[in-house]
Ligand binder design. Sequence first.
Ligand code: AMP
Ligand code: ZN
Ligand code: FE
Ligand code: FE
Length: 277
Amino acid sequence: MNAIDLHTHSTYSDGTKSPTELIELAHKVSLQAIAITDHDTTAGIPEAMAHGQKMGVEVVSGVEVSADLDGIPMHILGYNFVTEDSLLQKRLRVLQDARHQRNLQIFAKLRELGFPITIDEVPPTPGQVGRPHIARLLISKGIVKNMDQAFTRFLRRGSSAYVQCYRMSAAETITMIHEAGGLAFLAHPTANDRQMKYVPQLLTDLKKLGLDGLELHYPTHTSKTVKTLRRLGDKLGLLYSGGSDFHGDGKPHINIGSNPKGQPTPYELLTAIKNQR
Ligand code: AMP
Ligand code: ZN
Ligand code: FE
Ligand code: FE
């Protein structure tokens, strides 16, 4: 089967592999296409496209945006948009600025908690600083032992240095992606709802806002999950995507293109995405 991976993160957000390294890894496991879906940024895409062309790995533009629908948090994936679209870039810059302000507030809270620590101590990165970077700094300073402890003690919702980041509404996010010529997909639909109690209503509501598809294949999805999601998606006329959410060493148990509980993502899904517009 011609496998693809439409959900990967690079060093331009909180992955530990550069776009070039992602292409090398994709080539090694014979993936036919990948999307780099960094949080709030498309900055890694040109490098991936250039190296993909060299290696024979197709690269489709991608991005992952945190959004909100009446208080329900979610991640929305954008695919196959025009990366250089100026309105898209302007809107992403708003999110990047909000993220930076959020990071500054997290550091202020950490100092209030008695840790002399500043954002300048985060090792230089080509892209967006996220909570995983802050977690790694806390580890390197010996404040916590590991990522889990960093999130549990300080960084996750409800912990002592948690600061909520500004999110666009789901409607604004879907519109932003459409206006750049792309398609909008709900990422890991069961992440906040393992029992899928609210997923049917959420998908119905998002479809009304213009949602194009859902992420069908994902490492946590069993064949039963896939079956249920396919039933919902078919009913609503949604397209499907799939990916590993590869973060490199940030999620060491996840390999690019891998889907331990289910099928790899087939190339046919990308064909359907490309045929849509
Ligand atoms: P941010 O976008 O800066 O808010 O950071 C969110 C990222 O942190 C997610 O995409 C995950 O990669 C990572 N993350 C969230 N919760 C945890 C956790 N409990 N342990 C490790 N990483 C996490
Ligand atoms: Zn991430
Ligand atoms: Fe996500
Ligand atoms: Fe992701």
